[in-house]
Design a protein around this ligand. Sequence first.
Ligand SMILES: [Fe+2]
Length: 361
Amino acid sequence: MSPAAEGLPHPFARPLRAGAVSLVSPVEFGRMLAAPEPPLVVDVRPPAERALARLPNDRSVPLSELPHRYGELPSGREVIVYDQFGSQARRAVEYLQRKGFPRSAALEGGLDEYARTVDPSIPRYTAGLSPGGLLLRQFPRADSGCLAYMAVDVATQQAVVIDPGVDVAPYQAALADGPWQLRAIIETHTHADHLAGHAALHASTGAPIYVSHRSPAQYPHERLREGDTVDVGPEAIHALETPGHTRDHLTLRLGRSIFTGDTLLIGACGRTDLGDGDPELLYESLTQKILRLDDATEVLPAHFGPHHALVDRYASSLGFERATNEALNQGSREAFLKYMTEGWPPKPEAFDRIVRTNLEA
Ligand SMILES: [Fe+2]
């Protein structure tokens, strides 16, 4: 019997009805993995994708092999199936349930959503990964609430690190995970709240450091202006000048994602009174640059969590922020300027010293 006749994906197959397949949310799945008796986790992606990112202690049964291999799975046990974005796993579960696996379910949103919302240490990659694609990895620091990023072009093996923290061991370890060569280190802006890792990462890898042409940096660096690009394989990181949080702030666009630094955070935007910021410039940057992008744009900020009075989420979409972000919903330019200049706690004393250290040669 052909795989199509067995109910596996076919170009003419109807989309699944909502509710036709059992789903588990990424958060619920995280709880299940931590339970004393975790479910059997099955990856139905092809091996090429599995080499880029996977869940620990899972089992690989590519979807194309499922008709011949479903008998390997224990029918009495809970089985959670995953793929990259969730659609193929739903097909696999629909098939398994017909074959006598009533306790099978698909991970909603796939590995990508799980990495985005629950475990950012898992690399993410672009859709249609053949033969190359982009790996994207977030590095959250719970102690400081900082987020750094690494993007890798799988075909050319070139990597870029954005806003590294002063402890560069996590980036070095991630670079050693594959044959990745660090092509560039980019700072979205001069940070006031934490010591930056560009110098240490440059010292250990030789990769050049890119900053805004407006940065007063004393260390050797390449300058980025509006529209400049840093290539990551065939994709390029595009620089948008978004001054406001600081004068030298850049937002970096890579495909459908923007690395917003502290210009746009989840539910808020970065203060303008910590360095050389300016709320009027921030208003212009948000309304004339960021909000002109479409709602599906993924927002990847430089901070998260209670340390910065932010939510414990690592990514958002521009549409969600447009609808819910407090700073973006002040109603008028005047209200935004008032919001940015009143009611903030005092600036921590260490911030001026941190800025000076981050600019040193
Ligand atoms: Fe900042």
